[in-house]
Design a protein around this ligand. Structure first.
Ligand code: UDP
Ligand code: MG
Length: 321
């Protein structure tokens, strides 16, 4: 079986040599044990880094016959870089993992055996999240719950560490969305799947390339790509407010006709005005988000361009497995 490992890399000069070192060691062992074929590959995708990442990738590709590199024309974000690598990978099975060694690479062996036992998709799921901050842990947990409540199938505590079989990759290629939310799409594809649990450690070196801003954008992207629920919520809120105001109108009429006290007026005018104004702006904003989504998707722009690729030192399979 030919294995491809795909790694998106953005400004990862500090970790890449170590990542490559550990992965090639693992590859060597797996090849020796005849778990994977000798023409397996590690695809490093440079997501328009500003540091020496591409230079390092080229050197690594020269040194190791297993490693090859792709360079995107500019920074396109983790998901897109990952997609570029997945679409370019040639293995019978492809494992995606981050460059920073946070995910235990030894879980790959379990993923491969799950693949051999018939799983087309193997999700890497973290056992615990105690290496994340309290904030990240809780927001992530809440987010998975929101997605699930909105009817998006997601695997809890699963990031982008997963194995995909060739036929799942081919299915994925048929999606024409320019913003593909893999964590939502992959479960939706169906096919036999299984889960492998692993420990997640601290980043080996360097800083997180996911500041809060990118995380929020990614989270919102996940919701709007999959669920029209926020749009429906607007209709619901509008309906409730209308019914409520109808009731208030009846009450005002009642007071006017059958009671002595006059309505003071100020609060009952100003509060609903601001309240409704707020609701309307919020609603317009949400509708606008979806409109923007239709706009970007309808342009059907290519999601990425590959600027360069390392020329692979051809490896002839000496052993015939
Ligand atoms: N990454 C990328 N493009 C970006 C941001 C990140 O390709 O614009 C890569 C990064 O190099 C790493 C992976 O995505 O391999 C996950 O990023 P990181 O480890 O910084 O995220 P965190 O683990 O902190 O969520
Ligand atoms: Mg990380």
């Amino acid at each position: 079986m030919k294995l491809s490992v795909v790694i998106p890399c953005y400004n990862e000069e500090e970790v890449l040599p170590e990542t490559a070192h550990r992965l090639t060691a693992l590859f060597q062992r797996l090849v020796d044990q005849q778990q994977i074929s000798v023409d397996s590959e590690i695809v490093l995708v440079d997501d328009g880094s500003r540091d020496k990442t591409w230079h390092i990738i080229c050197t690594l590709a020269d040194e190791s016959p297993w490693i090859r590199g792709l360079k995107l024309s500019r920074n396109k974000g983790h998901q897109t870089a990952l997609l570029a690598g997945l679409f370019d990978a040639r293995g019978d099975a492809v494992i995606s993992i981050d460059a920073d060694l946070q995910d235990d690479i030894h879980a790959m062996e379990q993923m491969i055996s799950a693949f051999r036992n018939g799983s087309d998709v193997v999700y890497g799921v973290r056992k615990r999240r105690d290496t994340d901050s309290w904030f990240k842990r809780n927001t992530a947990e809440g987010y998975y719950r929101v997605l699930a409540a909105l009817g998006v199938e997601v695997v809890f505590n699963h990031a982008d560490y997963r194995l995909l079989s060739r036929r799942v990759l081919e299915a994925l290629k048929q999606y024409r969305e320019s913003n593909l939310f893999l964590r939502g799409i992959v479960p939706q594809l169906g096919y036999p799947s299984s889960i492998v649990y692993y420990d997640r450690s601290e980043r080996f070196a360097g800083e997180s390339k996911y500041p809060l801003r990118k995380m929020l954008a990614f989270a919102w992207q996940g919701i709007t790509s999959f669920s029209p629920a926020p749009l429906r919520a607007i209709t619901g809120i509008g309906l409730l407010i209308s019914i409520g105001s109808f009731g208030v109108a009846l009450w005002a009429l009642w007071m006017r006709l059958f009671s002595e006290s006059t309505v003071p007026g100020w609060a009952s005018t100003v509060i609903p005005m601001y309240f409704l104004g707020g609701i309307q702006l919020l609603s317009l904003g949400i509708i606008g988000e979806y409109l923007a989504k239709i706009y970007t998707e309808s342009k059907q722009r290519p999601p990425f361009f590959i600027e360069a690729a390392t020329t692979r030192t051809a490896r002839t399979p000496e052993t015939g497995h």
